[in-house]
Structure formats: structure tokens, C-alpha cells
Design a protein around this ligand. Structure first.
Ligand code: NAD
Ligand code: IPM
Ligand code: MN
Length: 359
């Protein structure tokens, strides 16, 4: 059956990087992937066109799609919109919530060719393969009450960090199951020395553990986890954590791979429908210059093939093509190092496409 894919280029570098990823997607189609691809508006561009960061039409298209490929949303142009509900980022959060995309997988894999591009020493990162599992539709991002209000003659900003047992359990199961298929080590990251929501988090993870006797569960406070990620990253296999901690730790983990431009992601719901996006943002500082790294977005297409479209062989071919291009010494500016050749966004796309087609 033909499956639908929705491409949401978004803002800033979003259109530049999704253009390259879309070429790979089209090449997959030519290789027999039975999909119908359409585009939509999300974020700042959607606000400019319709006054809404998540227009009803986009939501409708998203509901009908098996896989959504997103570039990135946001930028300074929209940072001063008074009504917070209209900000580009709210469009993305709304889409995650509406589709129930609670399971965010952020794999930090250091290609051996890029060990020199990391800010850490080669021996600390070469061969690194961590899976960060971030809860994506709960926690402090969505907790009520929230707001900014007048209290005792001054304004007070407040948010609520809340997790229910069922929310913790379902993300826990995703993480345990992934750990079973990988190195069978799961580290749950919390702040259970301070925050009740994460005391419950730790309890639920412990309660699940006997159902996965082959997985070794450990716990770590988030401050220590941030330190351990840069001290000895290879101690981790699967890391599971809440929405905000996962956001922060995954950006830190990105530097272990050489650049934030290398980290793809999958955001999944219970039916296997998924949104796929690079972990980075719209990079306003380099937008429109054709210099952004498109590899995180291209690798997000590979994740879509694996997790939503049941096409693991094509996914592996995309990953192999990326490896070949890195072998050839081609690098966008963010991952360049001595002896490599710096190429543009579109030249990187050309090279990956050529390598893919040669397989
Ligand atoms: P950012 O990730 O956009 O940029 C941080 C730094 O990384 C910048 O120096 C940027 O040039 C660099 N960078 C990011 N992606 C790159 C790539 N592919 N190639 C080369 N360099 C890259 O984070 P920010 O500056 O904090 O946020 C900018 C905007 O993006 C904000 O509006 C923010 O809300 C939004 N944002 C969106 C998403 C998303 O849509 N998923 C994610 C994060 C941030
Ligand atoms: C991410 C981003 C988003 C988040 C923002 C843009 C809402 O930083 O996808 O990592 O915090 O989840
Ligand atoms: Mn982030």
C-alpha cells in the first residue's frame, strides 16, 4: 500500500537541508519505495502565511502521513511574537502532542572518519554509539499550571514538572526494548535527589526492570550525566530521560559525534507513525548561505525508513552512502578538519546521492 510522507521544510536552514534529504527520498522511491510525498508549512513560515504556526491543513496532512520529515522551525524574526501560542516552536510542540509522538530517539553515533571533528579527544569518541531516549510529550514542556503572572507587585514565571506513571512506563518500555536489541545497558537519568516527579520516574523504571532481566538498569542524576557524557561517553548504551533533560543532554552528545549537524532523530507514537528531524535548530546565523550540514536530516530519512516504513535495507544504504562520502574526505564546514575538503550543503547532497546511486 502506498504510504504518505509529509515534508515540512520549516525556517532558517530548514529548506536547505530538507531539499537535500528529499533528493535521497526521491532516490529511494526510484528504488521501489512505495510512497507519496507532499509538502506543508510549519513554524514561522506558516505563521507568516496563515497567522498560525501549525495550520489546520498541516495538522490534517500530518495525521494522514506515516512519516513526517521536518527541517527546523524558529528564528529571530518570530522571537518577539507576543502571543506565545503563535511562536514557531509552539507549532512543533503542538504537532508532537497532537500526534502523540512521545518516544524521541536521538542516536549519537561517531563515524570513525569524524573522530577528529569532535571537540573531545579521538580515543574518547571513536566508535561511540549511544541512543538517547527522550520523553517528548510530557514533563515540564507541557505541565499545567504554567504562565507569567503578577504576584505581590512583581511578575512571576512558572512551569510545572509533572509525569504520570503511565507516561513514565511507556517511555521506559521503549528504552528497555531498545536496550535489549543493543548493548543491554540502560541508564535512566533523573534528578531524584530533588524533584518528586523524578522520584516517581526512578520508581517506575525500577518496577519495569524485572520484566527485562537481560537489561542492566542504572540510575544517574542529570548533572552527573552531563559530566559523564563528556568524561567517558562510551560508558553509555541507552539513556532514558524526561523531556527537558533529554533536550539538553542530546545537544551535548551531538558534539561527541563532531557536530550538531550529525544528530538525526525519530519521534514515534504507539502506532509507529513518526516525525523525523535533525536535533539541531534553524541555525539563523548560517541560514541562506548553503553551508549547513544536511547529514542529520539525511540520516533522519534513514531512521524514517527503519522505524516507520519497514525498509531497513534502504536505510542501511543511506547510512553506507554517508560513510562513503566521509571516506572520500568531503565535509561541510562544521565537521571539517585538517586534510578534508570543505563542501557546501548542496554539494554534500550531490555526493551522498551519487554514493547512494552507486550502491
Ligand atoms: P541551532 O541548533 O539552530 O544552532 C546552534 C549552533 O549550531 C549555531 O551556531 C548553528 O549555526 C549551528 N548549527 C545548527 N545546525 C547546523 C547544521 N546543520 N550545520 C552546521 N551548523 C549547524 O540552535 P539555536 O541557535 O539555539 O536556535 C535557533 C532557532 O532554532 C531558535 O529559534 C530555536 O527555537 C530553533 N530550534 C528549532 C528546533 C527544531 O525545529 N527542531 C530545534 C532547536 C532549535
Ligand atoms: C528540539 C528543540 C525543540 C525542543 C524546541 C525548538 C521546541 O530544541 O527539538 O530539540 O526543545 O524540543
Ligand atoms: Mn533541542
Amino acid at each position: 500500500m502506498t504510504q504518505k510522507i509529509l515534508v515540512l521544510p520549516g525556517d532558517g536552514i530548514g529548506p536547505e537541508i530538507t531539499a537535500q534529504a528529499s533528493r535521497i527520498l526521491a532516490a529511494c522511491q526510484a528504488r521501489g519505495l512505495d510512497v507519496e510525498i507532499e509538502e506543508g508549512l510549519l513554524g514561522g513560515g506558516a505563521y507568516d502565511a496563515h497567522g498560525e504556526p501549525l495550520p489546520a491543513e498541516t495538522l490534517e496532512k500530518a495525521r494522514a502521513a506515516r512519516g513526517i520529515l521536518l527541517g527546523a522551525v524558529g528564528g529571530p524574526k518570530w522571537d518577539t511574537i507576543e502571543d506565545l501560542a503563535k511562536r514557531p516552536e509552539k507549532g512543533l510542540l503542538g504537532l508532537r502532542k497532537e500526534l502523540g509522538l512521545f518516544g524521541n530517539l536521538r542516536p549519537a553515533i561517531t563515524y570513525p572518519q569524524l573522530a577528529e571533528a569532535s571537540s573531545l579527544k579521538r580515543e574518547l569518541v571513536a566508535g561511540l554509539d549511544i541512543m538517547i531516549v527522550r520523553e517528548l510529550t510530557g514533563g515540564i514542556y507541557f505541565g499545567q499550571p504554567r504562565g507569567i503572572e503578577e504576584r505581590d507587585g512583581q511578575r512571576v514565571g512558572f512551569n510545572t514538572y509533572v509525569y504520570s506513571e503511565s507516561e513514565i512506563e511507556r517511555i521506559g518500555r521503549v528504552a528497555f526494548e531498545l536496550a535489549q536489541k543493543r548493548g543491554r545497558k540502560l541508564c535512566s537519568v533523573d534528578k531524584a535527589n530533588v524533584l518528586e516527579a523524578t522520584i516517581l520516574w526512578r520508581e517506575v523504571m525500577e518496577r519495569l526492570a524485572p520484566e527485562y532481566p537481560d537489561v542492566e538498569l542504572s540510575h544517574m542524576y542529570v548533572d552527573n550525566a552531563a559530566m559523564q557524557l563528556v568524561r567517558e561517553p562510551k560508558q553509555f548504551d541507552v539513556v532514558v530521560t524526561g523531556n527537558m533533560f533529554g533536550d539538553i543532554l542530546s545537544d551535548a552528545a551531538a558534539m561527541l559525534t563532531g557536530s550538531i549537524g550529525m544528530l538525526p532523530s525519530a519521534s514515534l507514537n504507539e502506532s509507529g507513525q513518526g516525525m523525523y528531524e535533525p536535533c539541531h535548530g534553524s541555525a539563523p546565523d548560517i541560514a541562506g548561505q548553503n553551508v549547513a550540514n544536511p547529514l542529520a536530516t539525511i540520516l533522519s530519512v534513514a531512521m524514517m525508513l527503519r522505524y516507520s516504513l519497514d525498509a531497513p535495507a534502504l536505510a542501511a544504504q543511506i547510512e553506507e552512502a554517508v560513510g562513503k562520502v566521509l571516506d572520500e574526505g568531503l565535509r561541510t564546514a562544521d565537521i571539517a578538519s585538517e586534510g578534508t575538503r570543505t563542501v557546501s550543503t548542496s554539494e554534500m547532497g550531490d555526493a551522498v546521492l551519487a554514493a547512494f546511486e552507486a550502491l
